[in-house]
Design a protein around this ligand. Structure first.
Ligand code: FES
Length: 179
């Protein structure tokens, strides 16, 4: 079936987003995952929970920036998106640490040693997934695929994606935060 000929502003925006080199001003490719999920659901507001699920899988938690992006994409008030994100226990909002390290444990990263990255961080910072150090300096989160499988295993340091990580490099990545 051909798609409707009338292009809404939203359609154009989506197309522009799709064609743009980077999907989000930050250049973070994980927003593309959200675009695809929203588009697959024709940007329907009732896809909110599914989109938030995807967002949490891709980012490890739901930061304000992500909630705003979802609210815009689904044309929902931010308050509604916040309401849903805080109501369901399966969603975590931005962790409380001053810095956040997200380790990808999606299939590609897991088979290439994502688990060893978590172990190294656990031993170094004495925290497990979802926890924040006692001094509040760092939170450790996991994600299920951050869209950088070619660079597996990957981790994200305060929003910056880094590929080909090793137990040594993850410690290097968080060391300065904890001193
Ligand atoms: S599985 Fe880690 S980036 Fe895809």
């Amino acid at each position: 079936m051909p798609s409707p000929t009338t292009k809404t502003h939203e359609d154009r925006e989506l197309k522009a987003t799709k064609n743009a080199k980077n999907d989000h001003p930050s250049g973070d490719k994980r927003f593309k995952v959200l675009d695809i999920t929203m588009k697959r659901n024709q940007n329907r507001p009732d896809a909110l929970i599914e989109v938030l699920h995807k967002a949490q899988e891709a980012f490890g938690y739901l930061e304000e920036d992500v909630l705003i992006y979802v609210a815009r994409g689904l044309k929902l008030p931010l308050s509604k998106v916040y309401g849903v994100a805080t109501f369901y226990h399966l969603f975590s909002l931005k962790p409380s640490g001053a810095h956040t390290c997200v380790v990808c444990l999606g299939t590609a990263c897991y088979v290439k040693g994502g688990g060893a990255l978590m172990e190294a961080l656990d031993q170094y910072a004495h925290i497990k997934a979802g926890e924040t150090t006692a001094d509040g300096k760092m939170s450790l989160m996991t994600a299920r695929c951050i869209g950088a499988c070619g660079l597996a295993p990957a981790a994200v340091y305060d929003g910056k994606v880094a590929g080909k990580q090793t137990p040594e490099s993850v410690i290097e990545g968080v060391k300065d935060w904890l001193t």
